[in-house]
Design a protein around this ligand. Structure first.
Ligand code: SF4
Ligand code: SF4
Length: 164
């Protein structure tokens, strides 16, 4: 897995133009069953890919934290939301709360998340490949494929399966 992760930025760069064209067509003419296709591709990929052998999202980017996330996680630590913010978060250029540093402080050496049950919504949903109307997040996906092996594989499968 680590070998694939190391090669991913270059692989994604090589495929970038092709994928960009594909997503531009997908936006204009998304197949009617796109949600169904994505669900299937997502499930197939995550049967093969075990996030515990990767954790590259937790190591290199980290999520944004919504107010609800902050309340829930602070409660878990028996902290006030502001204490949690002061200890772990900062505000980024988009005015969102994000981690002060990566790898994520809640990631263990065994790649387990120590706050898994209460983790941010963004962590639960990443890499968003099973969301409805997937064509609407193509710009985000074009970034994610350079970091997430599963997202990369799913996009490559999409290009094989959906022909325009
Ligand atoms: S979601 Fe993607 S980047 Fe994160 S651990 Fe799973 S395969 Fe790796
Ligand atoms: S909170 Fe957990 S799932 Fe989210 S980035 Fe940190 S370690 Fe990963």
């Amino acid at each position: 897995m680590q070998d694939f992760i190391n090669k991913l930025p270059k692989l994604a760069k090589d495929k970038h133009n092709e994928s960009k064209k594909f997503f531009s067509k997908l936006k204009k003419k998304a197949p009617k069953d796109l949600d169904y296709v994505m669900q299937e591709l997502h499930e197939d990929e995550f049967e093969r890919t075990d996030c515990l052998t990767c954790a590259n999202c937790c190591k290199t980017t980290g999520p944004l934290f919504t107010d609800k996330d902050i309340e829930r996680i602070a409660k878990h630590f028996r902290q006030k939301p502001q204490q949690f913010i002061d200890q772990y978060l900062r505000i980024d250029e988009d005015n969102d709360y994000v981690l002060q540093s990566v790898p994520c402080t809640f990631l263990g050496a065994d790649n387990y998340c120590s706050i898994y049950e209460v983790r941010p919504k963004a962590c639960r949903e990443f890499p968003h490949t099973d969301r409805k109307k997937f064509q609407q997040i193509s710009n985000l996906t074009l970034k994610n494929v350079a970091m997430c092996p599963a997202a990369f594989n799913i996009v490559e499968e999409m290009k094989k399966r959906i022909k325009f």
